[in-house]
Structures are given as structure tokens and as C-alpha cells.
Design a protein around this ligand. Structure first.
Ligand SMILES: [Mn+2]
Length: 398
């Protein structure tokens, strides 16, 4: 039989076909339809933009199995169905374990979706040339490790072997969340292990033996306890090898905190103050679309005596400049003036007066250094004296 000649163009096409992408995410904690039309839609859009063939979800797709209803599941499925070439693998985690009444068992999942079962098992794909391995949490905790070493790879075609798992590494002793060690990963035989559980991961890939592993982190922060950059991991596989793994921004909300020091002049009116704050915000986050930013702004320094601080008004000025819904914590203090403090009946003012009187006395006695120390001390303790506290931290979702 005559052998078919391979033309350079066909060879190039064959090479590019060997090149494929996967998106790795985890810890979406979807709790309602709003998340499906928001966060989920952005993850799907990212898969579309990079023509990813696989979407790996390493657990905690849902915040709580009881919050999930059929409308939510159908919408999630419909949005994914818009990308028929995308294959989705889910390894349920501690928030969405594979229980009898979980959405994974209560509702029908189309063939596009593969929900991994309680026992470590693998799926051989025709296209791309890959095997997907993984297992599900079946309860809110998983004390026995789920990862098992893979059977020796079949001869012939170079398969890219992926594991998808909700797991805890580095695990604290006695971790109830599927504790894993680097040694176990190294012995797994996997090429890539897609992990979920730690929401604030930097997304950096690590190596154990010849296995690359990474936590994707949550695709977008869920609150100020998940501040900073988040995203999905985009992996590129060429000829059965992982050639790049990049954290890619999905474009959702981003939580950040910023301390803005203010002088009396900065605070002389709301317009000036809001402009001053925005300048600092732009400097701190030069490339970020302000509409995406959920910012906790802590104001420090001195506020003018004749301007009452009004966070609600300031928030509206900031919104008019594009910074929506900032959380404002005003820790500015009035300029310290003994005359004004003497009028104030509070205990804080009484102590401040004592410190200032002491500072004035030291100044008179030619002990300028010591006098300054008293003033600095007052600056430090004034917010505490005044009784200000930071808002309580929200619960960690992990
Ligand atoms: Mn989680």
C-alpha cells in the first residue's frame, strides 16, 4: 500500500492539534442563581476564550448542598452546554460532598459532566489524549487519603494523566480534609494534580517527583478574607507534557484593603477628600477596573476640626468617582488642642489632655524630645481611647 505523504502544512496542523488547554478551578462556593450568572459564567467564558477542552473543578463547586435547587443546576448546565467541546470533571469537596441528597445525585447531569465517585478511578479520553483521575468527598470530612498510585501507563501513546482532588497539603497533623503529602503525590504517577481547598492560593505550580500540582484558589474572592488577586489556572499541554500553567483573571470582584493617610488639608471638604482617596487607590491598583474593586478604606491622620466626618456622604462622593460600595473606616483624629479637648467630657479627652499638658510642661523645661514622645504616644493610643474597633472578620469559607 502506498504510504501517504505528509505535507509540511498537515504536519504543522497535527502539531497544533497536539496542543490543548485545560482550565483548573475550585472553591467557587456557588450559593445561588446570582453566582451562576456571575462567577460561573465568567469561568465558562474563560474556557471559551482559550478554547479549553477540559474544565477541572477540584471541589466545593457549591457552598452547601442544601442551597442548591434544580433551577440553579439547570442554569449551570445550560451555560456549560454552550461549549459542546468542553468536558467537565468535578471532584466534590467538603462543602458539596457526594451524599445521597447532594445535587450530584438529586439531579440529572448531562454527558458533558463527569462527577467523580467515592473511589479513586480514572477516565480515558479519546480527545485530548488524556486520562482524568479523581475521587469525591462523601461527607463533610475525609480522614482517609483518597489519592491512590496509578497503574503503570499503557504502552504506546503518550497520555497526559490528570488528577482532580479536594485535599489538604501541606496538611496539619490530623487534618480531616483528605490530608496529602508531597511524597504521596510524587508516587502517584500523575502528570498534573489539580487541587482544591485553599482559597487564597497564589496559584503557583509545585513539583513532587515528576508530578506538577497546584491549588487554583477560588476564582474570585468571596470577601475581605479572600483579598488580593484570584483566578483560574490555565494549563497548556503539548505532546503529552505540561508546558505552561498560568493563573488567569476571570474578571469578577476583587477585595482589597487600603490605608490612606490624610492631612487636615486633604479633608477640608468631601470633594478634596474623595479625590485624595481615589489618587491613592489608582496608585495602589493601577491596572484594575474600579467597578470590580470592593475596597476597605482605612483613613488615618488628622481631620479638620470644623468638618464632621460623615462616612455615608464620603461613600457617595467616592461612588461618583467610580469606586462603588467602599467600606470606610475613619480612624482620623481631630488635631490635638487642649482647649477643645478640655470642652470634651469623655474619658478619652481627659487622658489626652493629661498627655498634652505633660508634653507642654516637658517642652517648657527644654525637653523637646521627651515632649514629642508624649505626642507620638497619644497619636498611637488615641484611636483605642476613642473606642474604635475594626469590623469583625467574616468566617473563613475553607
Ligand atoms: Mn472551599
Amino acid at each position: 500500500m502506498k504510504q501517504k505523504e505528509v505535507k509540511p502544512k498537515e504536519a504543522a496542523e497535527r502539531l497544533t492539534r497536539q496542543d490543548w488547554y485545560f482550565v483548573h478551578t475550585a472553591d467557587l462556593h456557588l450559593a445561588g442563581l446570582a453566582d451562576v450568572t456571575g462567577c460561573w459564567q465568567r469561568v465558562i467564558k474563560l474556557c471559551d476564550q482559550h478554547q479549553a477542552q477540559l474544565l477541572l473543578i477540584a471541589g466545593d463547586l457549591f457552598e452547601n448542598n442544601q442551597l442548591v435547587d434544580q433551577d440553579m443546576v439547570r442554569l449551570l448546565q445550560l451555560q456549560a452546554a454552550g461549549l459542546p467541546a468542553l468536558q467537565i470533571f468535578v471532584a466534590p469537596g467538603n462543602h458539596d460532598p457526594l451524599t445521597a441528597d447532594s445535587p450530584y445525585r438529586r439531579y440529572t447531569w448531562p454527558r458533558q459532566w463527569q462527577i467523580l465517585g467515592p473511589a479513586w478511578a480514572g477516565f480515558r479520553l479519546a480527545e485530548p489524549a488524556a486520562e482524568i483521575w479523581g475521587a469525591a468527598f462523601t461527607a463533610g470530612s475525609q480522614e482517609q487519603p483518597l489519592l491512590q498510585p496509578l497503574p503503570v501507563s499503557r504502552q504506546g501513546q503518550r497520555l497526559f494523566r490528570i488528577g482532580v482532588l479536594h485535599a489538604d497539603i501541606p496538611a496539619a497533623a490530623g487534618s480531616p480534609y483528605n490530608p496529602l503529602t508531597a511524597a504521596e503525590i510524587a508516587a502517584s504517577g500523575l502528570d498534573y494534580l489539580a487541587l482544591g481547598h485553599h482559597h487564597n492560593s497564589d496559584g503557583r505550580p509545585r513539583l513532587a517527583g515528576s508530578t506538577t500540582y497546584a491549588y487554583a484558589g477560588s476564582p474570585e474572592g468571596h470577601g475581605f478574607f479572600e483579598s488580593g488577586a484570584h483566578g483560574c489556572l490555565l494549563g497548556r499541554v503539548t505532546g503529552g507534557r505540561l508546558v505552561s500553567l498560568t493563573r488567569t483573571d476571570c474578571g469578577g470582584l476583587r477585595y482589597e484593603a487600603l490605608t490612606v493617610a490624610c492631612t487636615e488639608r486633604d479633608g477640608r471638604d468631601m470633594e478634596t477628600l474623595s479625590r485624595h482617596i481615589l489618587q491613592q487607590v489608582r496608585q495602589a491598583f493601577p491596572d484594575l477596573d474600579l467597578a470590580r474593586l470592593r475596597l476597605r478604606v482605612v483613613l488615618t491622620g488628622t481631620q479638620p476640626l470644623d468638618r464632621l466626618s460623615d462616612s455615608a456622604v464620603l461613600a457617595q462622593y467616592l461612588a461618583a468617582r467610580g469606586l462603588a460600595r467602599p467600606q470606610l473606616i475613619d480612624r482620623r483624629h481631630r488635631p490635638f488642642q487642649i482647649e477643645a479637648l478640655a470642652q470634651d467630657q469623655s474619658l478619652a479627652a481627659y487622658f489626652a489632655c493629661l498627655a498634652l499638658q505633660r508634653a507642654a510642661k516637658l517642652q517648657q523645661d527644654g525637653q523637646a524630645e521627651e515632649a514629642l514622645r508624649y505626642q507620638d504616644m497619644l497619636e498611637l493610643v488615641w484611636p483605642l481611647l476613642r473606642g474604635g474597633t475594626l469590623p469583625p472578620e467574616e468566617d473563613d469559607l475553607v
